[in-house]
Ligand binder design. Sequence first.
Ligand SMILES: [Zn+2]
Length: 414
Amino acid sequence: MKLHCEVEVISRHLPALGLRNRGKGVRAVLSLFQQTSRSQPSARAFLLISTLKDKRGTRYELRENIEQFFTKFVDEGKATVRLKEPPVDICLSKANSSSLKGFLSAVRLAHRGCKVDIPVSTLTPVKTSEFENFKTKMVITSKKDYLLSKNFPYSLEHLQTSYCGLVRVDMRMLCLKNLRKLDLSHNHIKKLPATIGDLIHLQELNLNDNHLESFSVALCQSTLQKSLRTLDLSKNKIKALPVQFCQLRELTNLKLDDNELIQFPCKIGQLINLRFLSAARNKLPFLPSEFRNLSLEYLDLFGNTFEQPKILPVIKLQAPLTLLESSARTILYNRIPYGSHIIPFHLCQDLDTAKTCVCGRFCLNSFIQGTTTMNLHSVAHTVVLVDNMGGTEAPIVSYFCSLGCYVNSSDMLK
Ligand SMILES: [Zn+2]
């Protein structure tokens, strides 16, 4: 029985000597084996840790020699085995979680002196090829190189499979819990599984040139919220992104070129870390009012179907306000938390998509809507021209919660 992972063996004497461990594991192959001898008829069990530098490995006796197991993070591929003698902590990380669980239960049995049904390893040094399982990067750019029978190495941090004709995301990729960068560009993927959101370290996702029609709410609400920095969805068939998309707060780089977008998500201003945004060659008629809140380094909106700002505003004021309108305004203004466990789901959706007035207050169904032009340089340092005429201006929607707000800012609409 073998386990591939990173290992750090920490002596518990170090702190007493005023020393500290390095805090970093090395790639290792762990094997478990039992030995019977004439003098000791009961099986002795050992853990052998082999590394690239030490292929013969270091062995640790297991029988009745384990003080404690630390398995709180076993699902993340981490665990620690504390030995009595020598007094060390064997810290395992970057393991495949199900293999780790299997390995730990065998270690537990060996500790109790049970006969573990393990093929007795003949203690041959680990071959260098075994360490290839620690590959952190794999790039496949043709169908014929695509692995159909083998699994991907669990240690992969960067995986690219382009031009492989994939019509869906390969489930084997979703087990790669160390993945930071996943490039699936130039395939035929139509839909993304929600389980991509379980790749807790994923920082870069490239889906350029596929057949995607949407980006699901489940993905927007997954752990990608904490990890995803770069997302490339260009050259797909996306018409709109859900309002929850703006919960991917860590995004700094977003590419949406060559889609069929007819609008940006209305809360786009919530993407406070966004620095690079390109959505060239879409079908955007105008920008949402929250677009003003962005603070970008680079913006490309070339080749959209921007409309001329309308001269007359759309007036949808209610007098008096409905009960729904005034309660929604109060909830949002006072930042009262809400959720579908307290109020009906459709009301949550209404609140999520409420409009922000220039005064900073919110409105649902009672508002005046006006369009004006904005110079894109006010939100980005570098602006790609929006058309062949050299323009850097685009139409943007503004909302006013009352006639007073409209009158006060009517200069803005001229
Ligand atoms: Zn207002």
